[in-house]
Design a protein around this ligand. Structure first.
Ligand SMILES: C[S@@+](CC[C@H](N)C(=O)[O-])C[C@H]1O[C@@H](n2cnc3c(N)ncnc32)[C@H](O)[C@@H]1O
Length: 347
């Protein structure tokens, strides 16, 4: 039996069925996760394959694999042809590990086991305004991830690597650091942004501050014997406790989405470390200026669940930065989904 190709982006179902479809959103997320973990996209090349051929390649039962692919095809992820074979679509191709724009690790990150523990408690989080991770696992999200869920931490780091490698080039192209001698990336993950900046400015010195387990896996260019190691300092630490780094420019990208207390402490540590005249560039995805409200509002709710945080609007980010004591000189888009708040520590 062949399945009619349903429109990948819009459903033509009447509202009661559409609501049912939405309520089954978890099935779509689970199907994406299953296909990613089974590496189905890697097994499918340019030649269409039957479910039996794919099942042999990824070592599953053919009938359930066919059902999985049929479900995903309804969303435009893989396509079923009239002869019953399956082909790639633009979206399924991005589940391949070797695709230059691969989103496989991001799909895994968005569907990690902890998310399935947390989503059912969204009503609690909405009632209390607090994260649910503390109650679920007895500790804050990042310590939980790094200490108790190393596989999820690795998925997170790989997902961050994917998204920050994609955005690091844009950030480096956007930021004019001529005249600066040093830059520090606070909560900079594995350091793709700072590495791109050091490559752009051959005499610039850089520092990466992040949690110990993250810094230990920094971009190889930044570690001992790496191409940029002689201009680089790696600082394992907690930016809410201390920012022991003096630099001309501080970059803080996709960090200030957690709870307000953590934001306030981080900003005041950066201001103290930089001193008057230091430049602080805060880069965030804004929920009021985004190419996808569905994605941004979903991330906003996930941030409430895990760190009691939120995606910012231009106004809420401006408010936090101003209250911390920074002077905002400029707010500009870095690319269609990132905005930079260019600030100075006043004298
Ligand atoms: C969403 S990621 C952003 C990473 C990077 N700035 C980027 O844009 O690609 C958040 C980062 O904050 C780091 N982080 C979380 N808590 C931290 C803390 N208390 N001190 C320093 N870094 C922290 C995480 O390890 C992670 O690398």
């Amino acid at each position: 039996m062949t399945t009619a190709q349903t429109s990948p982006t819009t459903s033509t179902a009447p509202p009661p069925m559409r609501l049912r479809e939405l309520a089954f959103g978890a099935a779509c997320a689970a199907a994406l996760r299953a296909a990613s973990r089974l590496n189905v996209a890697d097994a499918l090349g340019d030649t269409p394959l039957t479910a039996e051929q794919l099942a042999a390649a990824v070592r599953t039962e053919p009938k359930p694999l066919r059902r999985l692919l049929r479900a995903l095809s309804c969303y435009g992820v893989f396509a079923e042809r009239p002869d019953g074979t399956f082909t790639h679509t633009d979206m399924s191709r991005q589940l391949r590990t070797d695709d230059p724009h691969s989103l496989r690790d991001i799909v895994l990150w968005c569907t990690e086991p902890w998310t399935w523990d947390a989503w059912p408690r969204l009503d609690e989080a909405v009632r209390s305004g607090r994260n649910v991770v503390q109650e679920l696992y007895g500790k804050e999200f990042f310590p939980y991830l790094n200490e108790d869920a190393p596989e999820s931490a690795d998925v997170f780091n790989r997902a961050m690597t994917t998204s920050s490698m994609q955005s690091a080039r844009d950030v480096a192209a956007f930021l004019d650091l001529s005249g600066a001698t040093s830059v520090a990336d606070i909560g900079g993950g594995q350091g793709h942004v700072v590495a791109s900046l050091l490559e752009k400015y051959p005499s610039l010195h850089g520092t990466l501050l992040d949690l110990p387990r993250v810094v230990a896996n920094a971009d190889p260019r930044l570690r001992a014997h790496g191409t940029l190691a002689d201009r680089m300092r790696l600082v394992p630490g907690d930016c809410r406790e201390d920012v022991p780094v003096k630099a001309d420019v501080y970059v803080i990208k996709n960090i200030l989405e957690w709870d307000d207390d953590s934001t306030t402490r981080t900003l005041s540590n950066v201001i103290r470390a930089g001193g008057p005249g230091a430049r602080v560039v805060v880069i965030e995805n804004l929920v009021d200026d985004t190419p996808s409200m569905r994605f941004s509002t979903a991330m906003d709710l996930l941030l409430l669940l895990n760190v009691g945080g939120a995606k910012h609007t231009t106004a809420s980010m401006t408010d936090r930065l101003t209250k911390a004591g920074l002077v905002i000189d400029d707010v500009r888009p870095v690319n269609p989904y990132l905005h930079a708040f260019d600030c100075t520590v006043p004298g």
